[in-house]
Write a protein that binds this ligand. Structure first.
Ligand code: SF4
Length: 187
């Protein structure tokens, strides 16, 4: 397959997903980018659930992200929580209503319906190939990879079976290591 065809394919898939998301969100009065911010924050760990994290993940300016977050906060979909140790840091947490909306539209129904028709082997291969493609593109652009904490080179187990971040020198819970992190580095 040529790179041009691959690009067209990815753009078509993105277009179908965007169209489906818009249809799902029309009753909520939300824009797809606002949903993307919510979806990111639902998966982001405590080092990443900040306005800066959203800005880096979405590849948007701080000003644009600030507008997006204001809408979500005014709609009661997320709330600001000051960091317990550093009052300059603000964490962004989804409210129950924010989680409800996200659960209704993600994964996109059109993708769920298509995925049900694929074999587990095909789905697994798709996941692996797309993950590799994303990783290479992020490396080429020197973007942060925002991957799951459990696979990070700074993540080490303790003698008691818990997790420890060697970068921040803080313990991590079993729930936290399933989340994504802006500081992730591949081993
Ligand atoms: S181990 Fe890596 S991914 Fe996990 S919190 Fe530390 S820097 Fe982030």
């Amino acid at each position: 397959m040529s790179t041009e065809l691959l690009e067209q394919l990815i753009e078509r898939i993105s277009g179908v997903l965007r169209h489906d998301t818009r249809a799902q969100l029309s009753s909520e009065g939300l824009q797809p980018v606002q949903l993307e911010a919510l979806a990111y924050l639902a998966r982001a760990n405590r080092y990443s659930d900040t306005p800066m994290g959203v800005s880096e993940y979405l590849g948007q300016t701080k000003g644009t992200v600030s507008q997006t977050l204001k809408v979500l906060e005014n709609r009661g979909l997320l709330t600001k929580v000051p960091d317990a140790e550093d009052r300059r840091v603000t964490h962004l947490r989804l409210t129950n209503r924010g989680r409800d909306i996200l659960a209704r539209v993600r994964p996109a129904p059109v993708l769920q319906a298509a995925a049900k028709q694929l074999t587990p082997q095909t789905l697994g291969a798709l996941h692996d190939h797309l993950t590799e493609l994303l990783k290479l593109m992020q490396q080429a652009n020197q973007n942060r990879s925002f991957a799951q904490c459990v696979g990070c080179k700074h993540n080490s187990g303790t003698e008691t079976g818990e997790f420890w971040c060697n970068l921040t020198q803080e313990p991590l819970t079993t729930e936290e290591v399933q989340l994504i992190c802006r500081e992730f580095e591949a081993p």
